[in-house]
Write a protein that binds this ligand. Structure first.
Ligand code: PEP
Length: 253
C-alpha cells in the first residue's frame, strides 16, 4: 500500500431523488464511521447536495459536486458556481468526467478553465482522464492521457496539492468491464510520469491517482494493493451503501 492516503469517492451521477439520496447517506455513515486511514467523499446531484450535506454533518464523509462552472455568479443559465457549491458544504468537485467530455462535449481548454477556477475558489478537484477503447486498441492511450493532463492541468502550481487525478478508462465506465490491476497500475505509472515532467518528482510522488471503471467490492482489494493506485472513483457501486462501504473498507488501513 502506498504512503499516500487512499481517497474513495462515490459519483452518484444523475440518480436518486431527495429521500433516497438522504437515505443512502444515512445508511453509509455507520458502515464507514470507523474506517481508518482512508478519505471518503460522495458526489450527489445538485438538487440533493444540501440535504445530503446536512445528513453527513459531523461524519467522516466529505461532500463533492459532479461539475462546476467558471464564473462566480451572473447570467449563465443552468450553471452553478464553486462558491454556491461550497455554500452548501462541498469541499470537492469532479471535473472532466468522461460523460461530460463525450456526451456534453467539454474540451481540454474548458476543463482547464474549470479546474483553475474551482481551485482558485477553494474547492478541491478530482480531475478525470481516460482513453476510449479504440484509442487503447490503436496504441494512442498514452498520448491521450498525456494530452488530457498537460492541457487540463496547465498553469497550476501549488494548487496541484488539492488535485486528485482519476484515471477512468472510458471502456470500463458503467460497462462491468474493469481494467486489470496490471492495466490500472501501468496507466497510473504513466500518469505519475507525466505529472513529474510537468510539476517535478515531489509533486508526482505526492499526487493521488484514483482508478475508476466498474470498481466493485470484489475487485477493489486487488486494485488498491497496487503501488500507484491511491483509491477509487466509483459510479454504480456507490449507489448502494453496503457495496460502497465495502470498497471504502478495502482501502482502510
Ligand atoms: C464513474 O462514473 O466515474 C464510474 C467509474 O462509474 P462505474 O463505477 O459505474 O463504472
Amino acid at each position: 500500500m502506498a504512503a499516500r492516503t487512499p481517497f474513495v469517492a462515490g459519483n452518484w451521477k444523475m440518480n436518486l431523488l431527495l429521500a433516497d439520496a438522504v437515505a443512502l447517506a444515512e445508511g453509509l455513515m455507520p458502515l464507514v464511521a470507523s474506517s481508518a486511514g482512508v478519505e471518503i467523499a460522495v458526489c450527489p446531484t445538485y438538487t440533493t447536495l444540501h440535504a445530503v450535506g446536512k445528513a453527513l454533518a459531523g461524519s467522516n464523509i466529505q461532500l463533492g459536486a459532479q461539475n462546476a462552472y467558471v464564473k462566480e455568479s451572473g447570467a449563465y443559465t443552468g450553471e452553478i458556481s464553486p462558491r454556491m457549491l461550497m455554500d452548501v458544504g462541498c469541499s470537492w468537485t469532479i471535473i472532466g468526467h468522461s460523460e461530460r467530455r463525450h456526451i456534453l462535449g467539454e474540451d481540454d481548454a474548458f476543463l482547464n478553465e474549470k479546474t483553475r477556477f474551482a481551485l482558485a475558489s477553494g474547492l478541491n478537484v478530482m480531475f478525470c482522464i481516460g482513453e476510449l477503447l479504440e484509442e487503447r486498441k490503436s496504441g494512442a492511450m498514452n498520448a491521450v492521457l498525456e494530452r488530457q493532463l498537460t492541457r487540463g492541468l496547465d498553469g497550476l502550481d501549488a494548487e496541484l496539492a488539492r488535485v486528485v487525478v482519476a484515471y477512468e478508462p472510458v471502456w470500463a465506465i458503467g460497462t462491468g468491464e474493469t481494467a486489470t490491476p496490471d492495466q490500472a497500475e501501468e496507466a497510473h505509472v504513466f500518469v505519475r510520469s507525466v505529472i513529474a515532467s510537468m510539476f517535478g518528482e515531489a509533486a508526482a510522488a505526492a499526487i493521488r491517482i484514483q482508478y475508476g471503471g466498474s470498481v466493485k467490492p470484489d475487485n477493489a482489494a486487488e486494485l488498491i494493493s497496487r503501488e500507484n493506485v491511491d483509491g477509487f472513483l466509483v459510479g454504480g457501486a456507490a449507489l448502494k451503501a453496503d457495496s460502497f462501504a465495502a470498497i471504502v473498507n478495502a482501502c482502510a488501513q
